[in-house]
Design a protein around this ligand. Structure first.
Ligand SMILES: [Zn+2]
Length: 166
């Protein structure tokens, strides 16, 4: 994705109020990110424990989603899978997040919920060669990584469409 400024991130938020967008804490390392390798910018709000954000590019522009993490954690003894990047992790590192729907549905308290990596850093996880491809040639490893990234983009688009549905 293309580099974004703090202002552009705030402007991109589709499912929170203007004052909530103004109050969000942007990622600390914005200037150091390798934007070109990222399919989505995801982070937890350093000043609001349960808040998190996913910002990504769609054909018609940049879309930012404000999320709220469940305040209960799953057990670290179990495994769980992120629905966006499909990474399997100890379940306490996966969190249930809800996104308020836009428009009247959102004002009526309607949300979309899904399980996502608790740190929302799915974009970096899909850059790693999957275990199933570790013994393959470099070309095939690159292909596997590209497929992971494409899957992340597809599922993110579907999640976003759900949030935007009126
Ligand atoms: Zn993930």
């Amino acid at each position: 994705m293309h580099a974004l400024t703090e202002a552009a991130i705030r402007r991109s938020m589709v499912n929170c109020s203007r004052s909530e967008a103004a109050a969000l804490t942007p990622p600390r390392d914005l200037d150091d990110l390798d934007w070109a390798e990222l399919d989505v910018l995801g982070w937890r709000d350093a000043k609001a424990e349960l808040r998190g954000y996913l910002v990504h590019e769609q054909d018609d522009g940049v879309v930012g989603l404000a999320l709220r993490a469940a305040d209960t954690k799953m057990s670290s003894r179990r495994g769980a899978m992120c629905t966006l990047c499909r990474t399997v992790q100890p379940a306490d590192q996966i969190s249930l997040f809800t996104a308020r729907r836009v428009g009247e549905a959102g004002r009526n308290g309607n949300t979309v919920g899904t399980y996502i990596c608790a740190d929302l850093d799915c974009a970096h996880r899909v850059l790693a060669v999957p275990r199933s491809a570790e013994r393959l040639s470099e070309d095939l490893q690159a292909l596997a990584v590209a497929e992971q990234a494409a899957g992340l983009r597809d599922r993110l688009r579907a999640f976003t469409a759900d949030v935007l549905r009126r």
